[in-house]
Ligand binder design. Sequence first.
Ligand code: NAD
Length: 254
Amino acid sequence: MQMMDLTGRVALVTGGNSGIGLGMARGLARAGAKLAIAGRNSAKNEAAARELQGLGAEVLSLKADITQEKDCQMIVHSTLARFARLDILVNNAGTNIRKQPQDYGLDDWKTVLDTNLTSAFLCSKAAYPAMLAAGGGKVINTGSMMSIFGASFAMPYSASKGGIVQMSKSLATAWAKDNIQVNAVLPGWIDTDLTRAARKEVDGLHERVLARTPAGRWGDPADFEGIAIFLASSASDFVTGAVIPVDGGFSSQA
Ligand code: NAD
């Protein structure tokens, strides 16, 4: 469908080498976008780039630590140097450290907040001039069910993901005049490296997720292809500041 066609558009996906970010990148590639993916692990970056090229996309893979402002600037500048435009920014890179609240050190707190929240601010700030110059753009931020609910075992993560929602709404209201739409996607429980670690560390998590999710299954990175295309394309030009669960009904269940 033409309004979902991303031919000629350029997307930068942080954490685009695995899990949900790679799922979104696959969707954007299938819709015709050129892609830059940024992650810490070069081997994973290269493997993801090869896969996305197999879908017909031009792909730039970038080794970056998005907790560093200079790396956030570098990935935007490298994308512009290669493709001469940047239309879509997906702030997806994320991490978690699971402990009881009283056991976190300041370093733990900073690692999680810098990775999940501050990076989204820094990458959005770095991308803004290019989107402004192009006459518009799309920012997709990745929240979580913990943007809504608390979690006894993930206090800094919940704080960072709550922050993603309020940051998205603030950017959306500030940049609507520039034709830049900013939205947040809240994944439910999705089968990725991140949650495979959680399933090992949190007793009974797998069963609790299945019991609580009306769809009766864990999500898959493929569940993020469609929402990424929608939020990156002109199909969503009047959608901004929205917070969209992609959770098999998890957040609707009492
Ligand atoms: P994942 O571990 O597969 O992917 C995380 C990605 O973030 C990786 O590509 C990794 O390289 C990147 N990353 C982490 N720290 C980075 C850093 N400092 N610099 C550059 N890249 C960095 O996990 P995932 O589940 O796909 O997570 C992706 C996003 O989805 C995260 O923001 C996560 O919080 C969020 N999320 C996941 C779930 C779930 O159930 N899997 C649920 C809610 C939200």
